[in-house]
Design a protein around this ligand. Structure first.
Ligand code: ZN
Length: 133
């Protein structure tokens, strides 16, 4: 398994229009156009930060996992995403080592990338996203 870099840090926000200006105008990040990721019921705003990104996540409805997170903890860091070269191999390896996976198979993330989540129980309490490509 080869982990290449931190692809992004995901931040849960109540409202992108309120959250994004800090990152965009104050910190000077360049943002991609927003994207609705149906599968996770979120709207994503991805800001470039060097080799990595800041991913702002706004829920599209109360059933979104991000809405549940916001309800429990308020806005803040939601997950860390590591880029891997082969997501199937990474998932197989984690499973072999007895790690708890949220996604046993890759699914569609933002920008058409294949992603999968690893349970915080196996990662020192951090929700970990793996992303390929
Ligand atoms: Zn993410």
């Amino acid at each position: 398994m080869h982990s290449e870099k931190i692809d992004h840090i995901g931040i849960a926000v109540q409202n992108l229009d309120e959250a994004q200006p800090f990152w965009e105008e104050v910190l000077g990040l360049h943002f991609e156009p927003r994207e609705h990721v149906e599968d996770q019921r979120v709207v994503v705003a991805m800001g470039h930060l060097g080799e990595s990104h800041i991913e702002l996540l706004e829920p599209t409805g109360p059933e979104s996992p991000i809405a549940k997170f916001l309800e429990k903890r308020g806005s803040g860091i939601h997950h860390l995403c590591v880029k891997v070269d082969d997501i199937e191999e990474a998932l197989r390896r984690l499973k072999d080592k007895g790690m708890r996976l949220i996604d046993e198979q890759p699914r569609a993330g933002a920008a058409g990338k294949r992603i999968a989540f690893v349970h915080p129980k196996s990662t020192s309490g951090v929700l970990l996203e793996l992303s390929e490509g």
